[in-house]
Every structure is written in structure tokens, then in C-alpha cells.
Design a protein around this ligand. Structure first.
Ligand SMILES: C[S@@+](CC[C@H](N)C(=O)[O-])C[C@H]1O[C@@H](n2cnc3c(N)ncnc32)[C@H](O)[C@@H]1O
Length: 138
């Protein structure tokens, strides 16, 4: 039932994450939890781990509206070697009010600047009304 209600751009985001059965995932700012509900259909949900293979956030402004240096340094400690941070922005075809809706085209550039400053390697992946910025430490 949950899967039917999931918008295309959220499905696209979960495909980018490609969660494997042994992956340790952390979502920041899950809101109503649409993405995490879709992922939990594929993974066993465990709590208590201190290191993650994939950390992701969807439409969480803090990473691009200012320098998120403190948050990124914390995430560097939480990510497994070889892990990655996935930052998604966009609402599919729908127009949205507010910072993300008005500035979607500026987000990849701002994120790339902030992430590379903290030592991440960045890849930008455009999708259906959503962009994915993948940041890794290798
Ligand atoms: C626009 S909502 C997006 C919710 C959800 N990810 C989605 O795509 O539907 C932004 C979310 O980021 C969370 N958030 C904002 N600032 C945060 C921070 N500093 N740390 C953790 N979460 C934060 C909010 O609580 C909210 O759940």
C-alpha cells in the first residue's frame, strides 16, 4: 500500500541509493518518512550502529544555504570508509514555494563548493524533478 503512494522522484532517489541487504543507512530529516518506508521494504531495520555505508537527506536545506562544515565533519566520522553521502533536492514535477523550490538550479553548485571544501569528491546526478549530489571520501 505504501509503495503505491510513493512519488516518482522519491523512487528515483531510492534507486540512486541502491540499498543492499547489508547496508547500514542513515536518513537525516526524514519528515513523514516516505523514502525510509520504501527502503525498509528492502532492508531489515536495525538501530544502534555507529557507522554507516550511506547517509542521505532529501530536501534538507542546511547543507547548501550556509557552510555546513560542522555537520560534514560529523558525517565524515559516521561514514564507513568507502561510504557516501547522498543529498537529494527537488519535488518531482511540482513547483514548491520556499528556498528549495526557488533555487533548485543553484543547489548543486553550492553543495559542490561546500563538500569539496571538506574533502569530499562530488558527483551530480540529475533526475526527474530532482537532483542527487553524491559525496564520497575517496
Ligand atoms: C522539507 S522537509 C523534508 C522532509 C523529507 N525528507 C521529505 O523529503 O519529505 C525538511 C526536513 O529537514 C529536517 N531538518 C531541518 N533542519 C535539520 C537539521 N539541522 N538537522 C536534522 N534535520 C533537519 C526537518 O525537520 C524536516 O523534516
Amino acid at each position: 500500500m505504501v509503495a503505491k503512494a510513493v512519488p516518482e522522484h522519491v523512487r528515483w532517489a531510492v534507486e540512486r541509493l541502491s540499498p543492499g541487504p547489508d547496508d547500514q543507512l542513515l536518513e537525516i530529516g526524514c519528515g513523514p518518512g516516505v523514502a525510509v518506508a520504501l527502503i525498509s521494504e528492502r532492508l531489515m531495520v536495525l538501530a544502534g550502529t555507529e557507522r554507516f555505508d550511506k547517509v542521505f537527506a532529501m530536501n534538507v536545506n542546511l547543507f547548501w544555504v550556509r557552510s555546513p562544515a560542522k555537520e560534514l565533519d560529523l558525517l565524515k566520522r559516521l561514514l564507513d570508509p568507502g561510504g557516501a553521502l547522498y543529498l537529494f533536492y527537488g519535488y518531482g514535477g511540482r513547483r514548491r514555494q520556499g528556498k528549495v523550490g526557488e533555487n533548485t538550479s543553484r543547489i548543486p553548485e553550492a553543495l559542490t563548493e561546500h563538500l569539496t571544501e571538506r574533502g569530499f569528491t562530488v558527483e551530480v546526478q540529475p533526475g526527474p524533478g530532482m537532483v542527487c549530489v553524491v559525496a564520497s571520501l575517496q
